[in-house]
Write a protein that binds this ligand. Structure first.
Ligand code: NAI
Length: 328
């Protein structure tokens, strides 16, 4: 039996946590022969609810779940963890400006970054889900400089999955036939799902779906506004699909990517594709056979895509300016 992987999940008593924890414990994230220990991190007022989640996890009798550490103490929560999934954050409330939200959540991610650097396992990798996830990731990373920049990620996989399904529905094909869907930039309404480089059965999407007007307009806005549509319909933000995207992201990061394909996750920009160095931006990413990841560097960017990428990157630059004093 392999040694257990320790996985920290913040906001563990929240909506996403309620879908995510059971997927991790059942083996969906790390495979059917990899035991896990879950570190469930919450704020004090949510500890009673977290207690209920712990009871339910126990009641599943998952063979792979070798321990549960529920806590509001960050040192305990991040002690020895190999993965830190930072889901918890404070939602935007009526009347709150973006700057206010960035400031409130920024402070959370300073403390979490520091606690991860101090307590986590030497191989720790961090995936930020709590919004605004790219900039929260930037803040945590800059407050944990002992951890290499290539171990920090922010989630755009839900946008990728949404985009792939919209293309599959339009083309009338199974979603597994859609590949090479890169989401660029920020996980926000400016993100750009790059249909020009996506493929359906290996063919350019624009060959299979010749309606370029639909692709450039309705498709992009449907994906960009999907989160808002779900809130409108459900009265709550997407949670099961977000948890599923967390599972997909981690699986993609630990599994070599199929030859020629790529997936989406936001990483620290080194300036590739003229994306401002230092921000956390989504790119087309590949995982290599040795477990390292790289940006797929051969993806053509035409004028339409360049304009969209510039807009979303500009938003990330603005967000960085708003939290400049939190970057240490
Ligand atoms: P939720 O409000 O149901 O749960 C959030 C949980 O975080 C609560 O239990 C709360 O007590 C906890 N929390 C708040 N501050 C904390 C802190 N300092 N430390 C630990 N826990 C803390 O929210 P939900 O639906 O689970 O969403 C979580 C986050 O994920 C939100 O920011 C949401 O916007 C974001 N999200 C991101 C997506 C993405 O694609 N990147 C997709 C969907 C949601």
């Amino acid at each position: 039996m392999k040694a257990p992987i320790r996985v920290a999940v913040t906001g563990a008593a929240g909506q996403i946590g309620y879908s995510l924890l059971f997927r991790i414990a059942s083996g969906s994230m790390f495979g059917p022969d990899q035991p896990v220990i879950l570190h469930l991190i919450e704020i004090e007022p949510a500890l009673p609810a977290l207690g209920g989640v712990v009871m339910e996890l126990q009641d599943c009798a998952f063979p792979l779940l070798k321990g549960i550490v529920p806590t509001a103490n960050l040192d305990e929560g991040f002690a020895g963890v190999n993965w830190a999934l930072l889901v918890g954050s404070v939602p935007r409330k009526a009347g709150m400006e973006r700057k206010d939200l960035l400031g409130i959540n920024g402070k959370i991610f300073i403390g979490q970054g520091k606690a991860i650097e101090k307590n986590a396992a030497p191989d720790v990798r961090v995936l930020v889900v709590g919004n605004p996830c790219n900039t929260n990731c930037l803040i945590a990373m800059n407050n944990a400089r002992g951890i290499p920049a290539n171990r920090w990620f922010a989630m755009t996989r839900l946008d990728e999955n949404r985009a792939k399904m919209q293309l599959a529905l339009k083309a009338g094909v199974d979603v597994t036939r859609v590949s090479n869907l890169a989401v660029w930039g920020n996980h926000s309404a400016t993100m750009y799902p790059d249909f020009y480089n996506a493929r359906i059965d290996g063919r350019h999407v624009t060959e299979v779906i010749p309606d370029v007007h639909w692709l450039q307009n309705d498709f992009i806005s449907t994906v960009q506004q999907r989160g808002a549509s779900i809130i409108k319909a459900r009265g709550l933000s997407s949670a099961a699909s977000a948890a599923n995207a967390v599972v997909d992201t981690v699986r993609s990061l630990v599994t070599p990517t199929t030859e020629g394909d790529w997936y989406s996750v936001a990483v620290h920009s080194e300036g590739d594709y003229d994306v401002e160095k230092g921000i956390i931006s989504s790119f087309p990413i590949r995982t290599n056979a040795d477990g390292s990841w790289e940006i797929a560097k051969w993806v053509p960017v035409g004028d339409f895509s360049r304009e969209k990428i510039t807009a979303t990157v500009n938003e990330l630059k603005e967000e960085r300016e708003l939290v400049r004093e939190l970057l240490g």
